[in-house]
Design a protein around this ligand. Structure first.
Ligand code: SF4
Length: 320
């Protein structure tokens, strides 16, 4: 009965539309993301929109050791691929431009970086992480052409659908900017992902759940959500250390309940890429659950089963 109610694109057994199943189905094999650090910056750090970055941000929290901006993109990819190759010889790779804003800079230099990544034999596509306010038309034209010849996803840091929250975290753009960016990408046939943080300061549980309803109205393909992490080297982390009593920190059980309810409100055909993030222990202040992403995914799946709910159970819109 549950399978009838779920309207997932490829009929798998899970209670949410999981990224691993999507990737295996799309590529007919195993695909692994390999991060690259292209040495770019972001407008919220270089003074174009602000200095010091979004309050929650420290890019060092997701930088593997081979990912150094002074190493060429192709070399970073080779080193990253070498970590998997011996055990998984048939795996293909997507170059993941993750750190900072990967569409911010001189357009021809950006295109050279993407093409350098794509010239790596094992790399079959790109995932490009960016902000919604950094997508000039000339780059969108390139992405439109690129996505006809290679796999491409543009992943937007949206973080919140609330303008008040975006202001509080010094994001430097509003939610309307996100709506426009998604429409520009999707109208050009470019696969589009969104990234949201649950637990940003000042947001109530209800507001966090509301993000699921609001973001599901956008024609995005992928969604990543994770808990707010207080990390060293961020504005929020510094204030958290001084005044911890000002901030809410999720208990693990509380966060799983929130994510499960969130999922029930997400449009069924959005592919859910992850529910948690884990900064390196030496950088993480809180919450310290010591859980890998797959362990969190299992706990979420178990709770979905216990409650007999599934992705989109309470989504009231159409399957855009
Ligand atoms: S989260 Fe992204 S946009 Fe914000 S400061 Fe960090 S790199 Fe820049």
């Amino acid at each position: 009965m549950m399978a009838e109610k779920m309207n997932f694109a490829w009929g798998h057994k899970r209670r949410y539309n999981d990224f691993g199943t999507y990737m295996r189905s799309h590529f007919k094999g195993t695909v692994q993301k390999v991060s690259v650090n292209a040495g770019l910056t972001c407008p919220n750090r270089d003074g174009n929109k602000g200095y010091g970055g979004c309050t929650f941000c420290n890019n060092d929290t997701f930088k593997p050791t081979y990912c150094q901006p002074d190493i060429r993109v192709k070399e970073q990819l080779s080193r990253g691929i070498d970590l998997f190759k011996a055990k998984h010889p048939d795996t293909k790779y997507l170059a993941y431009f993750q750190a900072y804003t990967n569409t911010y800079g001189d357009i021809s230099q950006l295109i050279d970086l993407y093409e350098e990544a794509l010239s790596t034999p094992e790399v079959i596509g790109l995932i490009v992480g960016t902000r919604p306010d950094c997508l000039p038309d000339s780059l969108l034209d390139y992405f439109q052409d690129l996505s006809k010849r290679q796999y491409l996803t543009v992943e937007l840091g949206i973080e919140s659908t609330s303008d008040l929250t975006l202001l509080r975290v010094r994001r430097g753009h509003d939610y309307k900017c996100t709506i426009d960016a998604v429409e520009n990408l999707v109208s050009r046939g470019i696969l589009t992902g969104a990234h949201l943080i649950l637990g940003l300061p000042g947001e109530s549980r209800q507001e966090m759940l509301n993000h699921a309803d609001v973001i599901s109205q956008l024609p995005i393909n992928f969604l990543k959500v994770h808990q707010l992490q207080y990390v060293k080297g961020s504005i929020l982390g510094a204030d958290f250390m001084k005044n911890p009593e000002k901030y809410e920190v999720f208990e693990l059980d509380e966060y799983i309940e929130l994510v499960v309810e969130f999922i029930t409100r997400v449009r069924p055909n959005i592919v859910m890429e992850r529910f948690a993030s884990q900064a390196p222990y030496n950088m993480l202040l809180a919450p310290n659950w010591k859980l890998k992403n797959f362990e969190m995914a299992r706990m979420v799946e178990k709770r979905l089963e216990e409650l007999d709910v599934w992705q989109g159970k309470y989504w009231k819109g159409s399957n855009a």
